[in-house]
Design a protein around this ligand. Sequence first.
Ligand code: NDP
Length: 245
Amino acid sequence: MQLKDKVAIVTGASKGIGKAIALLLASQGAKIVVNFATEKMLAEEVVKKIGHNQALAFAAHVEKPDEVASMIRETLKHWGRIDILINNAGIINDKFLMVMTDDEWQKVIDVNLTGVFNCCRAVAKQMVAQKSGKIVNISSTAAVRGLLGQANYAASKAGLEGLTKAFAKEMSHYNIYINSIAPGFIESDRVAELREDIKRDYLRLIPMERFGLPEEVAQVALFLVTEAASYIQGQTIMVDGGITV
Ligand code: NDP
């Protein structure tokens, strides 16, 4: 039990990578706030899987600072501390830049980048008071590769990685760690929805010739929030089957 008595908030934990991270951290003893935006039933299922004494579901749109503040208050009311924040919530809305609307640009930036800023700022005070904390931001290989139709998404994830580095410098003094994970193609709803021929094209780009599993990203998140990662700060770890090599 590497995370006994630790309290973790995992944003976007109703499914996919966030769910896998929530379940893995819980299996190591952490109490989990299963954040979601709209899928209450899915989030409740994750809570049920973990156990009602060890998890609670909380609806908050990460791009809305007042909703994030409520989530932090509720976490502290329940468990009195916050040791881990996993900024996983993220969306895509692909369109070629030439025809991308203001809304399509802004919404992705709001959720994927401003959402991370909101959550980091909201937990920082508590973590500074505790003189400890671990934050893991879920980026994407799109931050360094870019992908057709993903100017908004790639910019949001590149911004997230810049935020990670700056915040790591600000917080090191307080024993607070901030790192990022950049997954490649991971088998979640997003990849499942791709056309078969597009899947085959993507697979040809991946040296390991397969998509990753949410659990394989979760293992790296677990590593980053344990003592095993005690000298890793401000970094981005690629979990991509070699696609960026
Ligand atoms: P999913 O689409 O499967 O799940 C997204 C999660 O984020 C859901 O729990 C959803 O909640 C939540 N969410 C969406 N919008 C908001 C919001 N405004 N506020 C709070 N929560 C929100 O995503 P994945 O598991 O595929 O991806 C998770 C993260 O990993 C994302 O940041 C993504 O960019 C990144 N990533 C994913 C890759 C992949 O191949 N899957 C590759 C690289 C990076 P609800 O269900 O309630 O809407």
